[in-house]
Design a protein around this ligand. Structure first.
Ligand SMILES: Cc1ncc(COP(=O)(O)O)c(C=O)c1O
Length: 404
């Protein structure tokens, strides 16, 4: 390492979060590269048998094998850990891989887990259709009803799981309040921070035990690759690491590199996503064909006080429901737009639009969709970084298609 790299490394922890997000990560190799390298190799070689044995048996820190470790992946984990204020981070092949690994590592047959009704459709499918099969008891609770969680915790529970804001209803979980209740009942509290990212919210500093990411979303920021991460104190992340080593839910070095580079612009992107989403939400509220807009940045959000306390801004995702009609009208709206991409992903600089009831949450049964507050007349927009005027014009095309 060059002397100036050593000097920077020694002062880095004292620099601002935005600077650390750009400068923390991989040590420069003797090639003196500026951008971090991608180590595309499945295994690593050792100079002699004793050093190899030390790496395998004593975790000496030398990389061993791609399913277990990789310097590019480590660089991504270090950078994200600094941002989330986490002691440890483990990366996974997808966001669902991070959720699966966390539950596999921390739960066993006979355990009871509490899950917010406001979680991503696949998360609900995973716990209800698979973990229940292996002996986990799952109880679903409203993200906004803290007293219901407190009551549920009067019986022992291993883990409490939520997303905040919820997708796509934009309901907010009071992280501090739920964290305190979980702590009092020795229940692990896990927060999916995908919608906010550490730029807008750091759940670990508010009482969460573990944070989950679908890195696929904002950490990438340009809709290129899938990945996930689990963050928290070392003793809680280590069991997750052990599962990933055996379970093979490993991230590729290339994907980790995309996220590593994505984190360099996350701060500025999240602020821009929030600004655009705020302007679009304010316009949508004024439209007579729209019944209700769910956006965390609106002054009319019923949890405004909590939002101001917990989040830096409203983030990039909003949803709204049409005043008249249902699926047919929503599809007409979607089909009339052409700038916004008709796709289920979010967190992209390109704005995306979808009908949750027939896409992200389409595989749930009607009862679960109802429980999650997902109606047939709801549209979700993950606002990107195009000009807001152009996005408004695209929404006008949608509204014109359903004009009475
Ligand atoms: C909040 C949230 N968590 C987790 C996931 C799953 O992530 P992935 O698609 O990377 O597996 C998603 C995907 O949309 C999501 O929106």
């Amino acid at each position: 390492m060059m002397d100036r790299d050593k000097r920077l490394k020694s002062i880095l922890p004292t620099l601002s979060g935005a600077t650390q997000a750009i400068r923390t990560g991989l040590d420069r190799t003797p090639e003196r590269e500026h951008s971090e390298p991608i180590f595309t190799t499945s295994s690593f070689v050792f100079p002699d048998a004793a050093i190899m044995a030390d790496a395998f048996m004593n975790n000496s820190g030398l990389s061993i094998y791609g399913r277990v470790d990789n310097p590019t992946v480590d660089g991504f984990c270090k950078r994200l850990a600094v941002m989330e204020r986490a002691q440890a981070c483990e990366a996974t092949a997808s966001g669902m891989g991070a959720i699966l690994s966390t539950l596999m590592a921390h739960c066993q047959a006979g355990d009871r887990i509490l899950v917010s009704t406001g979680v991503f459709g696949a998360t609900l499918n995973l716990v209800k259709n698979f973990f229940v099969k292996y002996g986990l008891e799952v109880e679903l609770l409203s993200p906004t009803d803290i007293s219901a969680w407190e009551q549920a915790l009067s019986r022992p529970a291993k883990l409490a799981y939520c997303e905040t804001p919820s997708n796509p209803t934009i309901e907010i979980v009071d992280i501090e309040a739920l964290g305190a209740i979980c702590r009092a009942h020795q229940c692990l509290f896990v927060v999916d921070n995908c919608f906010m990212t550490p730029v807008l919210q750091t759940p670990l500093s508010m009482g969460a035990d573990l944070v989950i990411h679908s890195a696929t979303k904002y950490l990438d920021g340009q809709g290129r690759v899938l990945g996930g991460a689990v963050l928290g104190p070392a003793e809680l992340v280590e069991p997750v690491t052990a599962f990933i080593r055996s379970g093979g839910v490993t991230i590729s070095a290339f994907n980790a590199w995309i996220f590593l580079k994505g984190l360099e612009t996350l701060d500025i992107r999240m602020k821009a996503h929030s600004e655009n989403a705020h302007q679009l939400a304010a316009w949508l509220v004024e439209q007579p064909q729209i019944a209700h807009v769910n956006y965390a940045g609106l002054p009319s959000h019923p949890q405004k006080q909590l939002i101001d306390r917990q989040m830096q801004s409203g983030g990039g995702v909003l949803s709204f429901s049409l005043k008249d009609g249902g699926r047919e009208e929503v599809w007409s709206f979607l089909n009339a737009t052409c700038l916004m991409s008709l796709t289920a992903n979010l967190g992209d600089v390109k704005t995306t639009i979808c009908h949750p009831a027939t896409s992200t949450h389409g595989r749930l049964d009607d009862a679960d969709r109802k429980l999650m507050g997902i109606s047939e007349n709801m549209i979700r927009i993950a606002v990107g970084l195009e000009s807001v005027d152009d996005l408004i014009e695209d929404c006008e095309r949608g509204l014109a298609a359903i004009a009475p």
